[in-house]
Design a protein. Structure first.
Length: 104
């Protein structure tokens, strides 16, 4: 019990190792650093597409039906060169179905 506080601190300090500190840079310093000159691809627009108000609907499809849809999408792309996606084709198919099955 005869230890003095300063001796205990010195003993603890001797056993402790210090690690090299990582130097942090601020955003301004990072912006000022020369950046490698890379050509970035053009960014896609995000958000709701222009047009009438719309919402997202999640839909579960059997894999066989999804494969048919993908094959159908490939057909107009190879013949016309126009790009299409699952959402475009599904929207148009649902629209045509509802027009032909009018409930009035």
């Amino acid at each position: 019990m005869g230890r003095e506080p300063s001796t205990v601190i010195e003993q603890e300090h001797e056993g402790m190792t210090t690690h090299a500190r990582r130097v942090r840079t601020t955003r301004q310093e990072t912006a000022a650093l020369p950046q490698p000159h890379e050509v970035s691809p053009p960014r896609k627009k995000v958000g709701r597409p222009p047009g009438p108000p719309s919402t997202i609907v999640n839909l579960r499809l059997p894999l066989e039906l999804l494969a048919l849809l993908d094959r159908y999408i490939d057909h107009p792309e190879t013949q016309t060169g126009l790009t299409a996606n699952r959402g475009m084709i599904t929207r148009r198919a649902l629209e045509l179905f509802l027009e032909t099955h009018d409930m009035d």
